[in-house]
Write a protein that binds this ligand. Structure first.
Ligand code: MG
Length: 163
């Protein structure tokens, strides 16, 4: 397991859980899609340096907030998951941007619907996951877009047919 995967696991998220979301996003466009392909796609996204930098930054802020080490007003904003904050979504766009517009629209969808592990991360408990829920949505959206870009059928589906 790579360092970035064990960092995710430490925060309660497995590659499997992200892959399940990728599968649910891409399966309607690709009947041959397997979970294994989704896992490979998630790992390919996780291997990108710019993706790792977003993750280091967001997860560090979540962990510092849990230890109550952030300066005010940031500490209070993180503890209440202030809805107008928005920096968590903005940071996670650094992950989806790697794969263009399909990644962006999927990210918006996941942020609204919050399937699977994304919803679990939004349940208030002892942990603070202000950044992690958006990071996971960004990872799933990027891995999904990566699959779509590699699949000619999916690209035809996502782009309007030429006359
Ligand atoms: Mg958030």
């Amino acid at each position: 397991m790579t360092g970035i995967e064990s960092m995710l696991l430490r925060r309660g998220v497995s590659v499997d859980q992200v892959s399940e979301i990728v599968f649910s996003l891409q399966r309607p466009y690709n009947a041959d899609l397997t979970m294994k392909e989704c896992e490979e796609s998630v790992r390919a996204v996780l291997a990108k340096r710019e993706v790792q930098y977003v993750m280091y930054t967001g997860i560090a802020l979540d962990e510092l907030a849990e230890k109550r080490l952030l300066p005010e007003p940031l500490q209070s904003i993180m503890e209440t998951d202030e809805s107008l904050y928005g920096v968590d979504e903005t940071l996670a766009l650094g992950i989806t941007n790697v794969y263009g517009m399909i990644g962006l629209t999927s990210f918006g969808y996941l942020d609204k619907v919050k399937p699977g592990i994304i919803r679990q991360l939004n349940v208030k408990g002892e942990h603070i996951h202000v950044f992690l829920d958006d990071i996971v949505a960004g990872l799933a959206a990027a891995a999904s877009a990566r699959i779509a870009h590699q699949d000619p059928k999916a690209i035809r589906y996502h782009l309007p047919d030429s006359p």
